[in-house]
Design a protein around this ligand. Structure first.
Ligand code: DX5
Ligand code: ZN
Length: 217
């Protein structure tokens, strides 16, 4: 399957955000938006004013990754800004994950379910058929620039096998420490959307870094 590359603007230059979004329009598949509330994760990032600015320039789909305690509060406003994909953490959803996924779909977005590296991958299996995509964190959510956790590869492979068994083709997205050193192995394990922050924006030529990720060896 062809990989889709979703650069995370967490590592972009916010003083030149429109320029960076135009670069992504021309070279990437998806724009990944990391929304942090300082409560679910020990960091703050950005919220609706920034998403709105991104939306004005974005010509490719936006993927909002909510690292917040009450994701259900933000579904409607996220949809209203034209975001096509919205994901939230199973750990943050208490026992409401199914309802939140349904609400995201009802608002016309693709619904994604995320887990941190310490959550058993099996916890996602009951949501096969209820989520449009799954996001496996390959670092603990909260900061860009962390080291890739190798154990993410077998977790992706296990989820991929379970999806295949169910005849479900929901994409698996992977986020954290992704770069050319692991992109081929992530693809081979069954990931089809690669999120990349620092490996794209800290590269000398971000557009070239994106195309290297798309066809990894
Ligand atoms: C981490 C975020 C990631 C992060 C990825 O909490 O979810 O999307 O920006 O950054 P890198 O690619 O630098 O690990
Ligand atoms: Zn993310």
């Amino acid at each position: 399957m062809q990989l889709r590359i979703a650069p995370s603007i967490l590592s972009a230059d916010f003083g030149n955000l429109a320029r960076d979004i135009r670069m992504l329009n021309a070279s990437a598949d998806i724009i990944h938006l990391d929304i942090m509330d300082g409560s679910f994760v020990p960091n703050l990032s950005f919220g609706f004013p920034v998403i709105e600015s991104v939306a004005k320039e974005a010509a490719i789909p936006m993927d909002a990754h909510f690292m917040v305690v009450h994701p259900e509060r933000w579904v409607e406003r996220t949809a209203a800004l034209g975001v096509q994909m919205m994901s939230f953490h199973l750990e943050a959803a208490r026992n409401e994950a199914e309802d939140i996924l349904a609400d995201i779909r009802a608002k016309g977005m693709k619904a994604g379910l995320v887990i941190n590296p310490d959550i058993p991958v099996e916890d996602l299996y009951p949501f096969i058929g209820k989520a449009d995509y799954f996001l496996i964190m390959s670092v603990f959510a909260g900061f860009g620039g962390q080291k890739f956790i190798e154990d993410s590869i077998p977790r992706i492979a296990a989820l991929k096998a379970e999806l295949d068994k169910a005849g479900n083709d929901a994409p698996i997205e992977v986020d954290g420490g992704v770069g050319t050193a692991n992109a081929a192995r992530l693809r081979d394990a069954g990931a089809s959307i690669l999120v990349a922050g620092s490996s794209v924006f800290k590269a000398e030529n971000p557009a070239e870094a994106i195309s290297a990720l798309r066809n990894p060896r």
